[in-house]
Design a protein around this ligand. Structure first.
Ligand SMILES: *Cc1c(COP(=O)(O)O)cnc(C)c1O
Length: 407
């Protein structure tokens, strides 16, 4: 029996639409999670997008020294900006922070001749970031031997000191990123660990992850150790991400002592972790925006963090007025930085709460996801919540159209 022509057409259209969506496509992030790893983390500034177009839309001086007319190094393109932004002696940019940590471990702690090379880290910092990044496993993969010190809640300087041996290759600190320990806890001040490393002649790596360049208390957030503070403490090597609190493209950044960076530059593994011109262009433009506090708000992450509640409320009320056929209310909502940064610091925000006429909010959220402009929202009880802090203000019209179409 031949199926009716309409059914065949509907089936073909549905399949074509599914296929179109399986490629990379833009969405509206209505979750209130600013750095949503599943939604691509930090959106780029217009300046960063323009820089990509300018440098990567054609040929560039990626590895060409224009003064000398000879071969240059891509790793020199961001050095001055990263030194200015962090106060470090030198810098190196790789594919992401996981790659940065891997490169440090491979350079300093791999044991090619079978002699164990040990990395000393506190038990209360043995993190799992998600997406398969678990520090003990990354360490094992790099060929280094993990030496855990302290307990699950407390570590003392003496614990580190007793773990040092002729086999020690590296001391390591790691940002807890996505959890917090409270109660009977103890940490070692970074400066004390720096001094211990110096006395023993062992470099200290700090995996900062989020990589704040600026004081986040200005945005009403808890204080977050900045890259500059870590460098000022004397940490030899600091690793952080480009697309977390820096608000730029996916990248892993290593800053620190010139001699330590030079050793990593000479590691053949660097070739496999290198970044291309689009990343270098976007990161450079984002760093330039950071250098002047007046231009930092041009970085979308900082525009989102700085949006006042009354501005969000006005946008929410305007959307509600524009969509009289939908049952919408304006509700207080808690946003989060996301991306393994500031896990417990809620960011006061506002959301539209949509109560779909035909019941099922999960079905309504699905219609939003599958619309022409996909919208990713959160379902809470019988409403769909759409947080406005993570929607660029210029795209409220598209959000309204998406809601209308999903009605
Ligand atoms: C997020 C994070 C990483 C991984 O960063 P990517 O840039 O996603 O590779 C590594 N370490 C810490 C402490 C992190 O928070």
């Amino acid at each position: 029996m031949t199926p009716p022509a309409d059914a065949v057409i509907d089936d073909v259209v549905a399949r074509l639409e599914r296929e179109a969506r399986s490629g990379l496509t833009g969405v509206l992030n209505a979750t209130g999670i600013l750095l949503h790893t599943n939604l691509g983390r930090a959106p780029l500034a217009l300046e960063a997008i323009a820089a990509i177009e300018h440098a990567a839309g054609g040929a560039s001086n990626l590895e060409y020294d224009l003064d000398e007319g000879t071969r240059g190094s891509r790793y020199d393109r961001l050095g001055a900006l990263l030194r200015a932004a962090t106060g470090a002696d030198d810098a190196l940019v790789v594919n992401n922070c996981a790659a940065a940590v891997l490169l440090v471990l491979d350079t300093f702690a791999r044991a090619p001749d079978g002699t164990p090379r040990e990395v000393v880290i506190a038990r209360n910092e043995l993190i799992e970031i998600g997406g398969g990044f678990r520090l003990p496993e990354v360490l094992a993969r790099s060929g280094a031997t993990l030496v855990e010190v302290g307990t699950a809640n407390k570590v003392r300087l003496d614990d580190y000191a007793r773990a040092l041996s002729p086999r020690t290759a590296l001391l390591m600190r790691a940002h807890r990123s996505n959890f917090r320990i409270d109660g009977f806890t103890g940490e070692v001040a970074p400066g004390a660990l720096v001094a211990l490393g110096r006395r023993a002649g062992v470099p200290l790596l700090e995996d900062l992850g989020s990589g704040a360049l600026t004081d986040l208390t200005e945005y009403g957030l808890p204080a977050e150790r900045t890259v500059g503070e870590a460098i000022a403490d004397g940490i030899d090597l600091v690793a952080f991400s480009g697309d977390k609190l820096l608000g730029g493209p996916q990248a892993g950044i290593l800053v620190g002592r010139a001699a330590a960076i030079a050793r990593m530059r000479a590691n053949p593994l660097l070739r496999a972790l290198r970044v291309g011109s689009a990343t270098i262009a976007a990161l450079g433009a984002t760093l330039r925006l950071h250098l002047d506090p007046a231009t930092r708000a041009a970085i979308p992450l900082y525009a989102m963090l700085g949006a006042p509640l009354d501005v969000l409320r006005a946008r929410a009320e305007a959307l509600r007025a524009r969509l009289p056929a939908l049952t919408l209310s304006v509700v207080e909502h808690e946003g989060f930085a996301g991306g393994g940064t500031l896990p417990l610091a809620a960011i006061p925000s506002l959301a539209l709460a949509w109560r779909p006429a035909h019941g099922d909010p999960n079905a309504a959220a699905e219609r939003l996801r599958l619309g022409e402009t996909p919208v990713v929202a959160r379902v809470d009880g019988d409403v769909v919540l759409l947080d406005l802090r993570t929607i660029p203000p210029g795209r409220d019209g598209e959000l309204a159209a998406a809601l209308e179409a999903a009605r």
